[in-house]
Design a protein around this ligand. Structure first.
Ligand code: TXE
Length: 488
């Protein structure tokens, strides 16, 4: 594939040219793979104006749910047709192993088809119990123009956790993808338009977050901001939204606990421990990056995990058998390595890894495991966003619940046990939006993802995720003669 060059996608078409471009080199090979228009505030203004006009005067919000369902299903068909191209773009720009990129694009298709089905189910409630001459209709309406800001770790998948749900509700969207990985957002916007999504409903502007991301979140014509990214930028999004009192939804990462009890299926749990931290290079908001192992099995279990980790294949993400690809860029690689150094300085015991992969053109880190990590250590608390696992041992249920909840984050947690009492008790007491038992980083389009504490708020996916893109207007209807309140 030759270098792809993208101009902004506004009002149903790619613009003829851009004033300047940002180069994207592959984090695995250093080769130039794409060039994205480097947007300015005026570009963002044009995109928001297009979305505003499409929402206020265009056909999309007025169409029947059935029509929107049909168009979204055609969009899913086109994503399937372009599967290989989209997979390649994700591998080139993110540096993730191809088998995981394939899973991402298959996941996109499932999300679009599920959201398509919801377009036909948009409904409100009627109250007929308010008195004989009073009726109330709770009418569900699209929220309006939606700003979507997305990160680089799952460029297509996270975008499809948002866009089709917004479109199913009848909204118009302006997308600001990560400046590292904007390719799939442009491709998906073009495919949605080819499927029949009207001009102006799905716009994409690429460039720096500090410039166009900021201007998008401060824009007076935006009705809802849905952001996925770092906690720090999430805070600036809240501040920007305060200017115009705009609704926000924030998904801000995590430091999830992966808890293994002695009575678990230990073979499955070993694989779960590896999946938890090495899936997607560890660049995953729901990584099970803190492993808690019950003391009675800990020595043997941790040895098995660390032996298996040392055998994982790190390298060319296009190889089918690669397990761990490249970190997104050299700056992020340095951040990961500096946290590894901090782990050593603070006294955690390094079991395997701990270095970059030498003699490579890419940003590769060895799968790394630290044992005897305590809550006061930085690597216990900070989201590393790389292939680095911290292990902590525990004895009792109460102890591990306290350890797991010792985090500013609350996105997801995982538990491995064959005892249903243990699973239920711990699931109820863990402070996170999501708990998974005897599986890890699993999911389905029907199941909402949400965070608590520093992981943010608002829902993505599922019925709840769809409803985020809607609002209720209440019509209180009085029929027949009405008793005067103020007598003449
Ligand atoms: O995120 P940023 P980065 C965490 C993870 C990672 C760290 C930094 O720990 O190491 O965040 O990643 C746009 N107004 N997560 O630097 O900067 C930006 O252009 C509006 C967890 O990539 O938050 C990009 O499109 N937007 C996370 C998006 O925000 C702005 C996934 C995210 O970038 C902006 C990614 C601004 N002022 C990183 N500044 C998760 N929840 O999964 C930047 N952006």
């Amino acid at each position: 594939m030759s270098t792809r060059q993208y101009t902004h996608f506004i009002n149903g078409r790619f613009e003829r040219e851009a004033a300047s471009y940002v180069d994207r080199t592959s984090p695995a090979s250093g080769e130039l793979v794409a060039r994205f228009a480097s947007g300015q505030v005026a570009d963002m203004d044009r995109a928001v104006a297009a979305a505003r006009a499409a929402f206020d005067h265009g056909p999309w919000p007025q169409m029947s749910g059935m029509q929107r369902t049909e168009i979204l299903n055609k969009f899913a068909d086109l994503v399937e047709k372009n599967f290989d191209r989209l997979v390649r773009i994700e591998v080139e720009e993110v540096g993730k192993p191809i088998r995981f990129a394939k899973g991402d694009i298959a996941g996109c298709v499932g999300l679009i088809r599920y959201a398509a089905s919801l377009a036909m189910q948009m409904s409100g409630t009627t109250y007929t119990n308010l008195g004989s001459n009073k009726t109330a209709l709770l009418m569900r309406e699209p929220v309006g123009v939606v700003a979507l800001i997305t990160p680089w770790n799952f460029p297509a998948l996270i975008l499809m956790q948002k866009v089709p749900f917004a479109l199913a509700a009848g909204c118009a969207v302006v997308v600001k993808p990560s400046e590292f990985t904007s390719g799939s957002a442009f491709e998906l916007a073009a495919l949605a338009t080819e499927a029949g999504v009207p001009d102006g409903v799905f716009n994409v502007v690429s460039g720096k977050g500090s410039v166009i991301g900021q201007s998008l979140t401060e824009h007076a014509d935006v009705d809802f901001i849905s952001f996925t990214g770092s906690t720090r930028i999430g805070q600036t999004v809240i501040e920007a939204s305060a200017k115009h009192i705009v609704k926000t939804s924030l998904e801000l990462g995590g430091k999830s606990a992966n808890i293994v009890f002695a009575d678990a299926d230990l073979d499955a749990a070993v694989d779960g421990a590896l999946m938890g931290v090495f899936f997607n290079n560890g660049e995953c908001c729901v990584s099970g990056s803190r492993l808690f192992v019950q003391s009675s099995i800990a020595d043997d279990f941790v040895r098995r995990v660390s032996e298996r980790a040392a055998l994982l294949k790190v390298g060319n993400p296009f190889d089918d058998d690669t397990d761990i690809g490249a970190m997104i860029d050299s700056k992020h690689l340095s951040k990961v390595m500096s946290l590894v150094d901090t782990g050593l300085t603070e006294g955690a015991k390094l079991l395997t890894g701990g270095n970059v992969v030498e003699n490579s053109a890419g940003n590769f880190v060895q799968p790394t495991i630290f044992d005897h990590v305590t809550p006061s250590m930085t690597i216990f608390q900070e989201e590393i966003f790389g292939p680095v696992l911290s292990v902590t041992r525990f004895d009792t249920l109460d102890e591990v619940i306290e350890l797991a909840n010792n985090s500013i984050y609350g996105l997801s947690n995982y538990v491995w046990s064959k005892n249903i009492d243990t699973v239920m008790t711990i699931s109820r007491r863990l402070k996170s939006g999501w708990v998974q038992a005897n599986t890890i980083i699993d999911g389905a389009p029907q199941l909402p993802l949400t965070g608590v504490k520093g992981s943010g708020f608002g829902y993505e996916m599922g019925q709840a995720g769809f409803e985020e893109f809607t609002q209720i207007k209440t019509l209180f209807l009085h029929t027949g003669p009405r008793e005067p309140v103020f007598a003449k």
